[in-house]
Design a protein around this ligand. Structure first.
Ligand SMILES: C[S@@+](CC[C@H](N)C(=O)[O-])C[C@H]1O[C@@H](n2cnc3c(N)ncnc32)[C@H](O)[C@@H]1O
Length: 248
């Protein structure tokens, strides 16, 4: 898919502002980076790189070759500008995760909040195949997926900056509107709720093994700054989970 992804092109102009949110900087990113482990010298393809938040973190952590993929021209424009300011050598390509195989082999493929934008089980499967195709044997795919058991109350996540509103009866691929209320007007995108089983099947069918799921948690600094009570609801029911899978 090299066509532009409309719902993110508009969002792209502001998306890098989300990088400062406590939820992202003090819970999401530290948890994700902890799962990735030592990145020194490792080649990484970040699919759905958005504004390049994770690519910049990988560079700071002394990763090797970096490739950023995103179907959204708006997101890529922000990512390129940010990388230029930070003087980072990153290759950016307008492409979706399903096409990632063309840009490997790499040691690690990451995809933060990308799998929820699969609009069908076939697309979810194609994304997982794309990740597998981009990895060298022994490589690893790590993603932040939408927690299929996210809180049913759309307002539950408002203290963390967004609302999450499932629009139809629960079911595989149910559309979910995520609105970021730290923007005026709120920025809205439509994601899809896929069960753990659907993720696991798509990953296994793509040839992945050792699939593990982990919940994110805040850093000590985050707890000291905002208090344990601020984080409690999110930790009880996170809206996203980290899924990790190995390519044999
Ligand atoms: C919520 S943003 C997350 C951006 C970035 N990963 C981050 O965490 O800051 C989702 C991104 O996924 C991208 N995306 C949507 N569909 C995709 C696909 N099929 N393959 C790769 N990226 C996709 C969007 O363009 C958008 O940049």
């Amino acid at each position: 898919m090299t066509t532009d992804n409309d719902q993110f092109t508009e969002y792209g102009a502001h998306y890098d502002a989300t990088e400062q949110w406590p939820l992202r900087s003090q819970l999401e990113a530290p948890s994700f980076l902890a799962v990735l482990g030592d990145l020194t010298g490792r080649s990484i393809l970040d699919a759905g790189c958005g504004s390049g938040f994770y690519l910049r973190r990988y560079a700071q952590l002394h990763a090797g070759r970096l490739i950023g993929l995103d179907p959204s021209a708006g997101m890529l424009a922000v990512a390129r500008a940010q990388a230029e300011t930070a003087r980072l050598e990153t290759t950016f390509v307008q492409a979706g995760l399903a096409e990632a195989g063309r840009f490997g082999p790499v040691d690690l493929v990451t995809a933060v909040y990308v799998l929820p934008y699969a609009t069908s089980l076939n697309e979810l499967a194609a994304m997982c195949r794309g990740a597998a195709d981009a990895l060298r044997p022994g490589g690893r795919f790590v993603a932040f997926a939408l927690n299929p058991d996210f809180a049913p109350d759309p307002e539950y996540y408002r203290p963390y900056g967004f609302t999450l509103d499932a629009k139809t009866e629960p079911g595989e691929g149910q559309p979910v509107v995520l609105a970021s209320h730290l923007f005026d007007p709120p920025a809205q995108v439509v994601a899809h709720r896929w069960s753990r089983q659907a993720h696991d099947n798509a990953l296994r069918d793509a040839g992945f093994q050792s699939i593990t799921w982990a919940a994110p948690s805040p850093t000590e600094a985050g707890i000291a700054e905002h208090g344990a009570a601020f984080w409690a609801d999110y930790v009880n029911c996170p809206h996203a989970l980290i899924v990790s899978a190995d390519r044999p």
